[in-house]
Design a protein around this ligand. Sequence first.
Ligand code: ZN
Length: 159
Amino acid sequence: MDYPDLGNESQVTSGKGIRAVGWLGYSYKKGRLGKKYVALLKGQVADAYQPFLYRGVHYCGHCNPESPARGSLNLLIPHKRWLYVAPEMIVHYVEAHGYLPPREFLDALVACPPQRSDGYFKLIDRFAKAAVLSESIWPPSNILETAALTYYNQRAKPH
Ligand SMILES: [Zn+2]
């Protein structure tokens, strides 16, 4: 599959506020990503919030086909008007295949609060209604919205 960088369609979700990053097709932008960004990216992916699950595995189409790298999680980075959606494989693409993510995604990474932090959930909440999940994810509902609601209900409980 090939979802162009910064298009509003990815393998797991699409919609007006969505910006796909790192769903590599046959050709993609190459370059050397600075260590600072690689570390940031790894940190965000390592603890990536998973409000929905992809029913399948992403195989790297650029590895040796006998033992391709694989992954099934996703990375959500909310920033300004956009919810950037990347596969966890983005780290592998950068490190093993020289993929260079778009500049605006790197800016979003720098600005993004830690995954699952209060600040992060506040930003994610803006996209709860905008994201349309694809048929290949589970559960088949707008779980972004559900997740945000659950979060707010928990916060609202008296202690
Ligand atoms: Zn690979």
